[in-house]
Design a protein around this ligand. Structure first.
Ligand code: MRU
Length: 367
């Protein structure tokens, strides 16, 4: 994506520099800050504190974290330590496990002397593959927006509702759920996005609104509670969200509040699509209710962070001091509420049959 006109990825390395660079997403939308990671600890910290977030970017950062550690100490104990440190950084996005296991599997058989270069190359490959996957998601999702535009008689923009941030910032580049939106916009199909603010961390307000603005896609920020109202009034043509983990039968874990949007969409007969790159598919789990759900700090619920008129970014208390708060980070949308999954291999029903037809190698036959 272009940031201030310059093609930019969310994670990158530079020639002649051993570090890995990230955009610190906790500073957006107020400040565009980049940080240099130099170790597995710093990569794990960036994931845990959500300097980087979004399932694909979490995986890519973990891969780079292992590569950084291999440069420091390529021994077996150091590889095991870095893998388990990064694996524990956040629990819900399966991309983290996917990337760590892929790095471990490739590096373990190598001699320590070969590991630093191999690790850096594989981390770069994981990043490049993410970009390619997202291009395919754009390609397969675009016809759905085009059809919606045709259904409307091509007279007004396609109205898309999205939750959280499943855009460029959640990936290495391109986004998952927003990839078809960018493709439609670039192809001249008028599109407008309803952006759920996505309490408590406000990824919609601070990140999705920011990146859609950078790309010039028309959008409107709404409270999380407004989606149902807009759907009832015929002001949403389709919902398009991402996923942190999709199970063998097509249940989808995504940012808390996604399930409520899917319920409202079903009640109003509005298509509800999930963009699913295959690293987010976890066929080791059948039932979405077995997905580990991250419980985050209650202070994210009791407090709100924003920019004061002075320019200072500050946190304010919303609730009576001492109020108890719960903060589950994700929920699970059952497959039956999902119209279709958009994958890099095509669009399929959210079901075991649908996924199995596109990803047979992920469903080893059971006797
Ligand atoms: O807590 P976050 O910001 O990491 O949650 C991100 C989401 O829920 C995204 O929708 C999901 O990771 C898919 S990103 C392509």
């Amino acid at each position: 994506m272009n940031v201030q006109g310059k093609p930019t990825r969310t994670i990158w390395t530079e020639e002649g520099d051993d570090g890995t660079w990230i955009i610190d997403q906790t500073c957006l939308p107020y400040h565009f800050v980049v940080r240099r990671l130099t170790s597995a600890e710093e990569a794990a910290y960036a994931i845990r504190t959500m300097q980087v977030r979004g399932a694909p970017l979490i995986g890519a950062t973990a891969a780079h974290g292992i590569a950084l550690e291999m440069r420091r100490d390529p021994s077996d104990p150091s590889l095991d330590w870095a893998c388990s440190l990064l694996m524990g950084a956040r629990p819900t996005a399966v991309n983290l496990r996917w990337a760590v296991e892929r790095m471990r599997f490739a590096l373990k058989p190598l001699s320590p002397g070969m590991r630093p270069e191999a690790a850096r190359r594989l981390a770069a490959t994981i990043c490049d593959e993410d970009v390619a996957l997202n291009r395919s998601l754009a390609e397969h999702g675009l016809p759905l927006l085009l059809q919606a535009w045709h259904r409307k008689g091509k007279v007004s923009p396609v109205q898309v509702l999205t939750h959280c941030n499943a855009g460029w910032l959640a990936t290495v580049d391109g986004g998952t759920a927003l990839a078809p939106v960018y493709a439609a916009h670039d192809a001249g199909i008028p599109v407008h996005v309803w952006v759920d603010e996505t309490r408590p961390r406000n990824q919609g307000a601070s990140l999705t609104a920011w990146e859609l603005g950078q790309h010039g896609v028309p959008h409107t920020l709404i409270t999380d509670n407004a989606g149902g109202y807009l759907m009832q009034r015929g002001r949403v043509d389709l919902c398009l969200v991402g996923t942190d983990r999709t199970t063998a039968c097509g249940d989808v874990a995504n940012k808390i509040g996604t399930y409520l949007k899917a319920l409202a969409a079903r009640d109003n007969e509005i298509p509800f699509y999930v963009a699913l790159p295959s690293p987010s598919l976890d066929t080791s789990l059948r039932d979405g209710l077995n997905i580990p759900i991250e419980e985050r700090d209650p202070s994210e619920v009791t407090h709100l962070t924003g920019q004061l008129p002075s320019g200072e970014v500050a946190s304010v208390l919303l609730a009576p001091a001492g109020t108890r708060a719960a903060n589950p980070g994700f929920d699970v949308t059952p497959a039956r509420l999902i119209t279709a999954l958009i994958t890099e291999r095509g669009v399929c029903p959210a079901s075991e049959e649908g996924l199995r037809a596109l990803f047979p190698e992920r469903y080893p036959e059971t006797p």
